[in-house]
Design a protein around this ligand. Structure first.
Ligand code: ADP
Ligand code: MG
Length: 302
């Protein structure tokens, strides 16, 4: 297949590994910076150009769209989709996953377990909103947080109130969640490809920290996810409409709870912890799922 990888930087570990895996399997692969893809949108046909030349003939596109380019990157990906290119992670699915509030609503509606979450706007409602949630400690999260950078622990009710007021003053979008204390700073990253968890790692926060993200100094070991964990990770991925995802689960007294579904999960931590060829699995899945080549009717040469 001819594969495009949408990534801002071809020297990133994840991008390099995907290129390597695709070449090893005999595919043609090209890394495209999504911000350099530009498009013509017209009823008689679409066109997409890159650094002055048309982009055509791609069978599949693998998006690696970071949080900072969600909007533009998903528009580029949507254009690829409309031009008939296969992607395991469609633009709408990425947008569903990236907004934690939207993802939580959709997953809860399908019965997927997660920490109880509240969301509100008016300061007059804060007391009742926090009452709906239950006693502190609470976890406050920016809805577009990633790498743990927008996740705060409020140990006391007064802290929850204060942080809520401060974030509203900054016009930030955030949700408030029950704190799962029994997890003791650990979570489980399940790497889902298709309907399988192909690798999993347990991440542990450093002393004095509750966020287990590797970017926050967490450490990781490869583990085997339990049957219940595999089931919830795969369902969460499917409910959001993704083919490749990193699902963060927290182990609670009432079983595994979903924290988030990451649509562009990093490969470095999971490959080194699990010793698995995650990039190879992704490429194999895309090659298999990618429909056989047929001339696209939506693209017409000008
Ligand atoms: P991000 O997208 O920024 O990684 P997450 O929702 O995954 O945000 O939270 C980051 C980390 O914080 C998690 O990996 C977990 O270790 C911790 N955490 C998040 N929510 C909770 C919670 N409700 N209770 C306990 N720990 C949590
Ligand atoms: Mg996370």
């Amino acid at each position: 297949m001819k594969l495009a990888i949408l990534s801002r930087n071809s020297s990133l570990y994840s991008t390099r590994r995907l290129v390597e895996a695709a070449r090893e399997a005999g595919h043609v692969v090209r890394v495209l910076d999504p911000l350099r893809c530009y498009m013509r949108i017209a009823s008689e046909g679409f066109a997409m150009h890159y650094k002055g030349k048309p982009l055509t003939g791609f069978d599949a596109v693998l998006p690696r769209i970071g949080a900072s380019v969600t909007r533009y990157g998903s528009a580029v990906l949507r254009q690829f989709e409309l031009m008939g290119t296969y992607t395991p992670n469609p633009s709408d699915a990425i947008l569903r996953a990236r907004d934690k509030l939207r993802a939580h609503q959709l997953m809860a509606a399908e019965g997927i377990r997660m920490p109880v979450t509240v969301f509100g706007d008016n300061p007059d409602d804060t007391s009742d909103l926090l009452k709906l949630l239950g006693p502190s400690p609470h976890v406050i999260k920016l809805t577009e947080s990633s790498q743990g950078a927008g996740v705060i622990l409020a140990e006391k009710l007064s802290a929850s109130r204060g942080i809520t007021e401060a974030l509203r003053g900054l016009y930030a979008n955030f949700l408030v969640q029950e704190f799962i204390a029994e997890a003791k700073g650990a979570d489980l990253r399940c790497f889902v490809v298709g309907d399988k968890v192909i690798a999993a790692m347990r991440r542990q926060a450093p002393a004095g920290e509750f966020r287990s993200n590797l970017h926050r100094g967490g450490s990781a070991v490869g583990v085997k996810a339990s049957k219940a964990e595999v089931e919830v990770a795969v369902r969460a991925t499917q409910v959001l409409g993704l083919g490749v995802a990193g699902v963060d689960l927290i182990r609670s007294d009432r079983g595994p709870l979903v924290l988030e579904v990451n649509a562009s999960p990093g490969l470095e931590g999971i490959e080194s912890a699990s010793k698995k060829d995650v990039a190879g699995e992704i490429v194999r899945f895309v090659a298999q799922a990618c429909p056989p080549k047929k001339p696209s009717r939506t693209v017409r040469k000008k």
